[in-house]
Design a protein around this ligand. Structure first.
Ligand SMILES: Cc1ncc(COP(=O)(O)O)c(C=O)c1O
Length: 376
């Protein structure tokens, strides 16, 4: 089976994990945790990193620290993995789902601007949703597939409307906008190290920020909010969201490999584009010139989505349709979905991701491409 995007354990993972096992430092404290946090923060160009048990937990904590509370709203794209929305719901807030752009597959900033202009107003210093007067506290851009929207414009809108930016940068380790890495554009950014990501710890996350106080609070909240080094005194209801040392050890080894993984993802992207260019109606995600994307998950767009999916999966080439748009999930059907003509559905009907693990060979990429061409 050719996996969609499998883990590539190719460096010092065994060595560092063995070190944990040999020394007994397997659990919630240990040198690898701090090392991993520092490596991810440094790579993302941020001052501080706080490791978490996964990316979803990272998002929840980042939102809470951005001041998101029960009854607030958070603006988020309608096409994303469910964890973005779940993290909002965990805080007691609700999402405002914004439709996405058919070319970049990111939040459509024209739609966003129209929403902010027409549907919001200011009340007692807060931006509120006109229909119910509830505060809109934050905006969560999601760098879908490692691509990035026009961040200058998004930041400008966020500043104008006093929205705090929390980046769902879970898929974008290795992606840059105008030379700046994702994660550092707002208050906090969150990475995921789930098994399918560009590097993995099996499961894990890191919150990055330039704000020392926020980093301290994130560490505090994710480690049960213990306020005394010896006594079991806790000063708020915290979480056990820490990343354990044995997984951080794996993360350190994977971070050492990250530059080579990014290089390989870009090669795979280029080879697929060469092989598939001009095939039927197939088109690719548009990446603007200001963006240097990590090419995390190669995805094509075609009317023949279902046929391509069948041929590839029949041939043990693992392929997946895009996420069901959030407004279509039963839990979120009553949430606000702002759109012009439901581009989310258009994308959902046409996009599919195809095998692009960093260890895939050029010949395997060509075989996948050949099977796809056979559909047209
Ligand atoms: C867009 C997006 N947001 C959030 C997450 C959640 O990350 P995790 O699986 O580490 O909780 C993921 C990845 O799984 C993701 O792709």
């Amino acid at each position: 089976m050719l996996l969609l995007s499998g883990p590539n354990i190719a460096g010092n993972e065994w060595k560092y994990v063995k070190e944990c096992l040999d020394t007994g430092w397997v659990s919630s404290v240990g040198a690898f945790v701090t090392q991993f946090e520092n490596m991810v923060a440094e790579f993302a160009g941020c001052k501080y990193g706080v490791a978490t048990s996964n990316g979803t937990a990272a998002l929840q904590i980042a939102l809470q620290l951005a001041g998101v509370e029960r009854n607030d709203y958070v603006i988020v794209p309608n096409v994303t993995f469910i964890a973005s929305i779940n993290s909002i719901k965990y805080t007691g807030a609700d999402p405002i789902l914004i439709d996405v752009d058919t070319k970049t597959w990111q939040m459509d900033l024209d739609v966003l601007e129209e929403f902010l202009q027409n549907e919001t107003t200011e009340k007692n210093g807060d931006l509120v949703y006109r229909k119910d007067g509830r505060p809109i506290r934050s905006i969560m851009p999601v760098h879908v597939l490692g691509n990035i929207c026009d961040m200058d414009r998004l930041i400008n809108l966020a500043e104008r409307y006093k929205l705090k930016i929390v980046e769902d940068s879970t898929e974008s380790l290795g992606s840059y906008y105008k030379g700046k890495h994702t994660g550092g554009f707002g208050l906090m950014g969150c990475f995921s190290f789930n098994g399918n990501k560009i590097i993995t710890t099996g499961g894990g996350g890191v919150i990055v920020t330039d704000d020392e106080e926020l980093a301290r609070k994130a560490k505090h909240l994710t480690t049960q909010a213990k306020s005394d080094p010896f006594e079991y005194v806790h000063d708020e209801i915290g979480y056990n969201f820490r990343l354990v040392n044995v997984l951080a050890a794996m993360g350190v080894a994977q971070m050492e490999l990250l530059p080579s993984f990014i290089k390989r993802k870009k090669e795979i992207d280029a080879l697929y584009k060469k092989e598939l260019k001009g095939t039927g109606d197939i088109c690719f995600q548009k990446v603007e010139t200001d963006v240097d994307a990590n090419c995390w998950l190669f995805t094509i767009m075609t009317e023949k989505q279902k046929d391509v999916l069948k041929v590839l999966n029949d041939n043990k080439m693992q392929s997946r349709p895009f996420w069901v748009p959030m407004n279509k999930l039963k839990m979120f059907k009553d949430d606000v979905y702002y759109n012009k003509d439901d581009k989310s559905d258009y994308i959902y009907q046409r996009c599919l991701s195809i095998p692009c693990s960093t260890y895939i060979t050029d010949d395997e990429v060509r075989e996948v491409a050949e099977k796809i061409r056979s559909v047209y």
